[in-house]
Design a protein around this ligand. Sequence first.
Ligand code: UT7
Length: 314
Amino acid sequence: MQFIGTGSATPELIIKNTELERFLDTSDEWIRTRTGIEERRIHDGNLEGLAAEAARRAMENAGLSVSDIDFFICSTVYNRFMTPALSCVIQGLIGAGCPCLDINGACAGFVYALEMADAYLARGHYQNILIVCAEEPTRMADWTNRATCVLFGDAAAACVVTKGGRDPLFRMHTASNPEVLHGYNTAGNCPYDKSGRVYEPMTMNGQEVYKFAVSSATEDIRALCETAGLAIDHIDHFILHQANLRILEAVRTRLHQPVEKFPHNLEHYGNTSSASVPLLLDELNRAGVLKRGETIAMSAFGAGLTTGACLLTW
Ligand code: UT7
């Protein structure tokens, strides 16, 4: 599998930490020191428009037109459609005619989509696959709960992968633990429903997720390197889920790596769920930081609890 294009689109509305001080019992200082986040972007329109823009930019960056795309995977946790899949809506906006589907691997969704794309490409039926991660976690958050709403931001980021290159290595893990991080959907009005369910915005046990994130990323990257027979020092870039700078730092120090190898942009976007890894990838790609032949480790974690890690050659 080979990456041939990346793209992203972020909302125009920028909300700085100080703005949140106006209606939450929080402070810029707390948010910066505990998370590294300085500002986030919040989408005030429909997510599909942002997603379509990210998709167009990725195809343009790949030098492909939409008719060259054979399959399209959209990673999304929450959007305004219960049905159809968001990918179908985006498909119409970009004029694609290929089959498409949505996946929900929470914040690890991009790595899950990549592994699926790699498997589809290996099957031989498709040449070019578009992945779009479209996320608006700010719609799931409870804006009266300072423990969660300050962490998130909206974004869409995409990439096009094609046949060829070296085979990536993946390590995926899912452990059923909905208690630590979840949000409940609308209850509906079925008169026969006895489940007693009610809508509930996102709630999270931050410390549990933090510990899980640090240990899983560290273990997964070590295990992937062992399988590949590669020294961790030979990895050029560690592109990790952008949730908390302290998590990135904890993984970096455990793996004994220099700061330059752990790029981050969470200070400007907050946690954009599955869009965070491809958003950073797009920034680095367009800045010319990623060079052909370099080794990249990716790792992401999220609700589930899910983790996905990948070792690939750029
Ligand atoms: O994509 C996956 C999404 N989830 C994550 O990535 C979450 C991972 N976890 C984390 O990033 C961190 O655990 C948090 C940033 C969520 C919290 O940081 P922490 O250092 O674990 O803080 P804490 O939960 O232990 O809370 C410390 C204090 C508490 O007050 P008391 O009990 O010590 O008086 C909280 O009530 O900080 C308080 N607090 C806040 N204060 C000001 C919690 N949120 C805020 C806030 N502003 N926004």
